[in-house]
Design a protein around this ligand. Sequence first.
Ligand code: AMX
Length: 488
Amino acid sequence: MQLARLSRPFWRGGTFRTWATRCWRRSWVNEARPLGAMSPSAGAGTNLKEVFREKIEPMHKQVVELREKYGEEVLGTCTVSQAYGGMRSVKCMTYETSLLDPEEGIRFRGYSIPECQKLLPKAKPDGAEPLPESLFWLLLTGDVPTDAQVAQLQEDMRERARVPADVLKILDSMPHEQLHPMSQFAAAINLLQRESAMAAAYANGANKSSYWEHCLEDALTLIARLPEVAARIYRNTFHGGKHVPPGQLGDAHDMGKRLARLLGFESPEFDELMRLYLVIHADHEGGNVSAHAVRLVGSALSDPYMAFAAGMNGLAGPLHGLANQEVLRWLVQLRQRLGDRPMTTENLTELCWQTLNEGHVIPGFGHAVLRKTDPRYTAQRQFALKHLPHDDMFQLVSKLYEVVPQVLEAQGKVKNPWPNVDQHSGVLLQYYGLRESQYYTVLFGVSRSLGTLASLVWDRALGLPLERPKSVTTEWIREHFHKQPMKA
Ligand code: AMX
């Protein structure tokens, strides 16, 4: 009885058992295209949808048990300062795909970035960075995939990858010089939305228990199409609309290489950089602006395209994903201001103070949660040490690693003076010739689809409800606390 009452928000109108039975029954007769356009011999073991389906029941069960046992326990509190202060550190949501530790940094399903680099499948024959598709598999299922599982997912993604011609035509006709690449990107995602399986299923009266299937369908199609969309925006905006025809991609089987080639880059090192880039930017638990926007908008049952477009508008803010663009602009300005003077600690310290005194933040440093150097920064630094140790810009970034934390600590208000992911990404991209910094956040966005959409599929699989926290006015706070005795 107690179990049934607690489980109501997850599968209204019944116990878990009746909900699950309905769910399995529907899934046997569902009309959604099976993942992987399976070859006759391929079993459920390499089919992402079937592997994921098996994860749902145990996870549901766990959530029900936890809610039954701890449902009335307090997870976090919110002070007046936190309510005014961007809700920093308020524990008030769950998010399954990744968890951020302030000291250690991100873990994807429990695996640190170095562990992912070691364990996840790589490109054959000699790739050193994890394949982005393997990270999506890990984020969705919690399992490190086998080579065969990744190969089948790649095959499925390739079949979904072509962007409809009329969408490309609209992208080609946009005012590229006036419209920021992130505006073009968000618009493109909304244009693709007309093919949403989730929106169509909802309109046709689909049962709530099947939402995750349509959501997964949309997630896979959208992720598969983003490389072509992103490359189209890049070539239109910065290369006079000369495109690499997707039909000529040859053996570009994985998302990283495909993206690299569509952007117009040929070097195998750049393929590896794209793989690393897509993996490390994918997910950063649930409270950051882009992930939370996707979760929030998706909770209204807006389809994954609508939800992801909302997240991309959030990523486009300079305090979030746009920081990677701002970092490169700032580094270029720093070099100009330095002129003929040597790159000494004293000279760089002076220029950092100049930035602060002009009323600007130093982009690429600080974080709302992290309190140490971002492991995503460290992963990129290691890539630079391996491939471009003598690059001028890398030397500057390395030197700033010594200088900026001291300046920010001396300023005295920053909670974390250490570099974040955005401090390093532009330096790597410009080294290989991708110098148009206004474009960088689009690459961040392609990567973030892997984490935020995997999480969105879980939201629908768990039947999470509409998000609707309570807000109060300043007047309410004044009145409410006025009536309460103050703490001694
Ligand atoms: N340079 C100068 N001042 C900074 C700073 C920086 N890099 N980072 C924080 N501060 C300031 C804040 O603006 C705030 O000042 P205020 O009291 O006058 O408003 C004060 O220090 C305290 O801020 P905080 O509690 O340490 O950080 P936060 O949680 O409010 O903000 C963040 C976090 C990332 C927005 C902030 O560190 C920042 O603006 N960094 C630069 C932009 C950046 O790199 N963003 C990318 C973050 C990673 C990502 O999302 N991709």
